[in-house]
Design a protein. Structure first.
Length: 551
């Protein structure tokens, strides 16, 4: 006769078997057995202050490690609060497993207290959403959840665990399933040959590297491919760092709201080699407005359909192996033309000009330049959604993958502060900075308390303008005026200190860099507030709108 075990403990054993190190969440009455089982395991339970923060932490952990981050909540409102971060992970191709409690099977079929059809709510924003119907199903369902979340295209999975399933007894002989890892396939030799034929006739190809190239760890192969064929490389905002910005073939990032310097590289190209590019990163009409470029799509998955992304050849398989095979099959070389060199010079000049700007409040370019000066090559910056993201994604030079993180799938506000905690847990050896507008900061600022309590040293840099700056920018551009975007702020120094964090306020341009360096070296959590002059927003878009030639 087999002995009995707690189903909650079985659930935790399955998570341990998947290599889970952290669960981010808030407990509820309906999952207390699960939380207690975590407390007795090798997994660290990180108690957060809002379930949205838990989901964003799981997302950033998954993005940086490639292993599904895990967020946990109780039923009803707790589970619903997870949804924004879960949807953000799904649209940013990031592996996350969200687990919540649900009412017991003895009353799930009727309108009882806190009953919401959570599986149906999560289904449109996940790869898979399921209810655990019996404790004996836990090993199979958890294995499927992680396999689904982590397999290309990665994304979010949701599991609802009824209260009576979580507290039930199961056979002690029941345990986790063996973890099998899906291996990327070899590229098709026929497709490599077809792509090589396209390139043999190309006048000026260009490479666009996206988030999928980062996930595939294809940086080395991408650099080799570019150098061997003499091709310029641009990245998406989510792909920043997969090709180093200080490389002679780098063009920078594409995705800004106006025709930026890097777009001129695409204007001259007749063939676009898209490496790990995904449609949700940005609209391909911005780089192929006439739908006349021949596109070679290199990814672990097929291309999405779009009339401005007509794929001439699709190479599906391991990205690095595909790049090496295609590089070996092409027997000619191009020169990165003068336009490419000029694009790099323009961006370098703009950053240098920003470094010299001493106005107060600070120009966005000065803030970007000082952040770059304060951070090491492998340190991590999370740029929250808003005008901050536009300036950072456009101008901030990156040299390693995943060292500037933005949300470009769902473009959620409020992810940077909670995400910074997860980034520091994933890479404790690196400095981590959350760059955020004052609007986005206050959406999840309560996670400062989590960082202080859990002893997770991060730095938060608040770009303060007392407004929703990006919306003001868009209104001014399209309407010639703005409305309903101004708000008030607390004293951010006192606010930070009330949580037990260090608080700093920049009062002159030359204070930002030394203050940043001090904050980043603090043994604890630091918040730096810098007033920003967003009159530079319109100056930038006006300048780019008038630009017709990079020379």
């Amino acid at each position: 006769m087999s002995t009995q075990a707690d189903a909650a403990k079985l659930l935790v054993r399955t998570l341990e078997a998947e290599g889970v190190e952290y669960v981010f969440g808030i407990p509820g009455e309906e999952n207390i057995h699960f939380v207690q089982a975590l407390n007795e395991s090798s997994i660290r339970y990180v108690l957060v202050r809002h379930e949205q923060g838990a989901a964003f932490m799981a997302e950033i952990y998954g993005r940086l490690t490639g292993k599904a981050g895990v967020a946990s909540a109780t039923l009803g409102p707790g589970a619903i609060n997870l949804q924004l971060g879960v949807a953000d992970a799904q649209t940013n191709s990031t592996p996350v497993v969200a687990i919540s409690a649900q009412v017991g099977l003895d009353r799930i079929y009727k309108e009882s207290h806190q009953i919401v059809d959570l599986v149906s709510l999560f289904r449109p924003i996940t790869k898979w959403s399921e209810l655990v119907p019996t404790p004996e199903a836990l090993p199979e369902i958890v294995r499927k959840a992680f396999k689904t979340a982590q397999t290309e295209r990665p994304g979010a999975v949701y599991l609802a665990i009824p209260e009576d399933v979580e507290s039930a007894s199961v056979s002690a002989d029941l345990g986790p399933l063996r973890v099998n890892v899906v291996q990327p396939q070899e590229p098709s030799a026929a497709q490599i040959a077809r792509a090589a034929d396209v390139l043999a006739m190309a006048r000026q190809p260009i490479v666009l590297a996206g988030h999928g190239a980062t996930r595939a760890h294809a940086s080395e192969a991408l650099v080799h491919f570019s150098e061997k064929l003499g091709l310029p490389v641009a990245t998406t905002f989510n792909g920043k760092g997969v090709f180093p910005d200080d490389h002679r073939n780098a063009l920078g990032a594409v995705g800004f709201m106006r025709h930026d310097y890097v777009n001129f590289g695409f204007d001259e190209a007749d063939v676009l080699i898209a490496v790990g590019y995904e449609l949700q990163e940005f609209d391909p009409v911005k780089v192929n407005p006439h739908a006349d470029k021949k596109i070679i799509h290199i990814h672990a998955m097929p291309a999405e359909v779009d009339d401005h992304y007509p794929v001439e050849v699709g190479i599906q398989g391991d990205v690095s192996r595909s790049l090496r095979a295609l590089g070996d099959a092409v027997h000619r070389r191009w020169d990165v033309n003068g336009t490419g060199r000029r694009i790099r010079e323009l961006m370098r000049d703009e950053l240098a000009e920003g470094r010299a700007e001493d106005g107060f409040p600070l120009s966005p370019r000065r803030i970007v330049a000082d952040i770059r000066e304060a951070m090491g090559r492998e340190d991590i910056v999370l740029a929250d959604t808003g005008a901050v993201k536009m300036w950072m994604a456009r101008m901030y030079p990156t040299y390693e993958p995943n060292t500037l993180l933005v949300s470009n799938g769902l473009s959620s506000m409020g992810f940077a502060v909670p995400g910074a905690l997860a980034a520091k847990l994933a890479h404790p050896e690196r400095k981590v900075l959350a760059a955020t507008g004052d609007g986005a900061f206050l959406m999840n600022s309560q996670e400062l308390e989590t960082a202080v309590r859990e002893n997770i040293p991060i730095t938060v840099l608040i770009w303060e303008d007392d407004a929703y700056g990006l919306i003001e920018w868009k209104m001014d551009l399209e309407l010639g005026r703005s409305s309903n975007i101004k708000f008030g702020n607390p004293d951010f120094v006192a606010y930070a200190e009330s949580f037990g964090a260090h608080g700093y306020r920049v009062t002159a341009a030359d204070e930002l860099l030394p203050t940043l360096r001090k904050a980043l070296n603090d043994d604890g959590v630091s918040v730096v507030t810098v007033p920003v002059d967003y009159s530079h927003n319109l100056q930038l878009t006006d300048k780019l709108g008038e630009l017709t030639d990079p020379f």
